[in-house]
Design a protein around this ligand. Structure first.
Ligand code: SAH
Length: 446
């Protein structure tokens, strides 16, 4: 291993928001370094990797700001707090333009007015610190050390207060945090979800055993401190695993789930169900996707990778029928339940691999007018895309949280009869390097 300190100028930024420098002819990516900055960095070379960190910024960018969070450089959950929000948006705009700009002009990114406290879900791991004090926070990157985080500027602040109270109550009740190494102790994690539009709050206590000493007293003490909590669930996870939630659940208070509304539809959220974590920007994203589709009420729509049916339900009001397909069985159950909850009768959900389902569909006479697709970070696959081509819908609205795999899929679709008509980036995850995009493709001819 060799370490070397060098003065460098940052040449640009990679898609993860790291500064690009050249060192002995090689490109290296430096966390927390911004474009155009001059800095002293330390380059660390091991046999098969090379890595660098900032020692001192000698000429800071005019867009550099002091991170608002004291844990920023340690936590790893955020990546861009050292950049002004305007510079973060410019960075994301450029990232998308670099990848997708050759297909179509890219609209200005839709950012947040208040790019803080936007997460509706908080997950915190409970542990002892080195001195035997109970703390809660997140694992330091690539380690099993929990870093104490009592305030987080991107998550719901009400949740932070509830967590602080739970840690206080643990002392009163002599409740011990779970210890990974020995398997001893009781409370492993705390999960809090809040419906921003309904203000319903769910607290999930993930514990190591069925036996919850003084369960009712603990529950009542928590409710007394936080009457705003609408439901408390105990989740039992007694396995030695890094998976957070176990399979057994007991509702200690309330109905065991919360509800939230998005674009006029109500969704049930249970401890395990997937739900977008930034509801404000999710509405912005979905409204844009629905606008782009210009549905008139006559169309048959397919929502592929539909999750709990959010896009399906919202689109159903402007379509003849919506078919949703999703791999996760529980999510499909939620989607069906959510349709009923909203008195929607023109949606049909299938539990299947989206590619397999499309292959089947492309062999029938079903005419699909519009396909919405919102695949996971890995993007779609050839099976799905080739069936999509055969199905030949008039338009495809492709939502993605990873412009790299989206670009790969768009290359395929544009080689097989589709053209891009609009590209819209949306900032769903301020302070991090992630960016969401929604694009509209139209079939050529016809
Ligand atoms: N559109 C939804 C969910 C998008 S997340 C929303 O906005 O809430 C992507 C979804 O794709 C996840 O629910 C995941 O379970 C699902 N998924 C992943 N691979 C899949 C596949 N091969 N076929 C169908 N669905 C898949």
């Amino acid at each position: 291993m060799t370490n070397e300190k060098v003065k460098v100028k940052c040449l640009g930024m990679n898609e993860e928001g790291k500064g690009i420098i050249k060192f002995k002819g090689k490109e290296i990516y430096v966390p927390y370094l911004m474009e155009q900055e001059n800095a002293l960095v330390e380059v660390i070379q091991k046999r098969n990797f090379i890595n660098a960190k900032v020692i001192n910024i000698e000429e800071p960018s005019k867009n550099r700001v002091k991170p608002k969070c004291p844990y920023f450089y340690k936590c790893g959950g955020c990546h861009l707090q050292h950049m002004s929000y305007k510079a973060q948006l410019e960075f994301k705009q450029n990232s998308v333009s670099k990848l997708l700009g050759r297909y179509h002009k890219v609209n200005d990114i839709l950012g947040m007015k208040e790019p803080y406290f936007y997460r509706n879900k908080i997950h915190s791991t409970v542990a002892y610190d080195g001195k035997g004090k109970i703390i809660s926070g997140i694992y330091e990157e690539n380690t099993h050390n929990v870093i104490n985080i009592d305030k987080c500027i991107i998550q719901d602040s009400q949740g932070d207060k509830i967590i602080a109270s739970i840690l206080e109550l643990m002392k009163d009740f002599k409740m011990k945090p779970y210890e990974e190494d020995t398997g001893r102790g009781f409370l492993r994690h705390i999960l809090i979800k809040r419906g921003f539009s309904t203000n319903e709050i769910m607290v999930v206590l993930i514990v190591s055993s069925q036996v919850f000493p003084s369960k009712n007293n603990f529950k009542n003490a928590l409710l007394q401190k936080h009457p705003e909590i609408t439901t408390i669930v105990m989740n039992i996870n007694n396995r030695k695993t890094s998976v957070v939630l176990g399979n057994t659940e007991k509702v200690l208070y309330g109905k065991g789930y919360i509800e939230d509304t998005l674009c006029g539809c109500t969704f049930q959220i249970s401890p395990k169900s997937f739900y977008q974590i930034n509801p404000i920007q999710t509405e912005v994203l979905y409204n844009k996707a629905i606008d782009m589709a210009k549905l008139t009420g006559k169309e048959v729509v397919l929502d592929a990778y539909c999750g709990i049916g959010t896009i399906s339900l919202i689109a159903s009001k402007k379509a003849k029928n919506v078919i949703g397909v999703e791999l996760n069985k529980d999510a499909v159950k939620d989607a069906i339940k959510n349709s009923k909850r909203n008195n929607i009768t023109n949606t049909y959900f299938y539990n299947d691999d989206a590619g397999d389902y499309m292959v089947g569909l492309s062999k029938t006479k079903e005419k699909i007018h519009t396909v919405f697709m919102d695949p996971p970070r890995s993007g779609s696959d050839e099976k799905f895309l080739s069936s999509l081509i055969r199905l030949a819908p008039k338009q495809v609205i492709y939502i993605s949280c990873n412009p790299i795999t989206q670009e790969r899929d768009l290359r395929y679709l544009t080689r097989h009869g589709y053209v891009l008509k609009e590209i819209q980036p949306v900032d769903m995850f301020p302070q991090t390097w992630h960016v969401e995009t929604v694009v509209r493709l139209k079939r050529k001819h016809h």
